[in-house]
Design a protein around this ligand. Structure first.
Ligand SMILES: [Zn+2]
Length: 147
């Protein structure tokens, strides 16, 4: 649903182009069936097709723009995420960052290496002693123990 928005906009643009042209031609030919309204019917057909095409071109260009900017941004976004993950992992590998062995305050696992995590939310800043798995899950900052 949220993936490839650009491609979906482009698909809808094509779809509405053909719907618009079909409706213009049908309505135009209905109007033309009255002998004195032939010119009006032709005008409806031509104008309808031009408007449909203009709408199509705008939406299609917009979809192409969104798709291209997604493509341009994707490698950057991926490396940013990977770097974040890697830096958390290296902090967890560093024994100096652990506050010792004990019980995790979130998953209640016992005898695990704990890390003091600074969590910020709507209630302010809190500190929790968490295991490595919970550190990875919660978006907190590891605070090394002061010596
Ligand atoms: Zn835990």
């Amino acid at each position: 649903m949220y993936d490839d928005i650009g491609g979906k906009i482009m698909f809808q643009a094509k779809l509405s182009l053909w719907i618009g042209i079909t409706i213009s031609l049908i309505v135009g030919s209905i109007i033309m069936s009255e002998d004195e309204l032939v010119k009006l019917g032709v005008a409806v057909m031509i104008l309808g097709c031009i408007l449909s095409y203009n709408h199509f071109a705008l939406c299609y260009a917009m979809g192409r723009l969104v798709q291209n900017s997604d493509i341009i941004a994707s490698p950057y976004r991926k490396t940013q995420k990977e770097q974040q993950k890697r830096s958390v992992q290296s902090e967890l590998n560093n024994d100096d960052n652990s506050t010792g062995v004990g019980k995790c305050q979130i998953c209640n696992k016992e005898n695990v290496k704990l890390y003091n995590i600074q969590l910020k939310d709507g209630y302010g800043t809190r500190y929790r002693n968490l295991c490595a798995d919970c550190v990875k899950q919660y978006d907190g900052v590891i605070v090394p123990p002061s010596k």
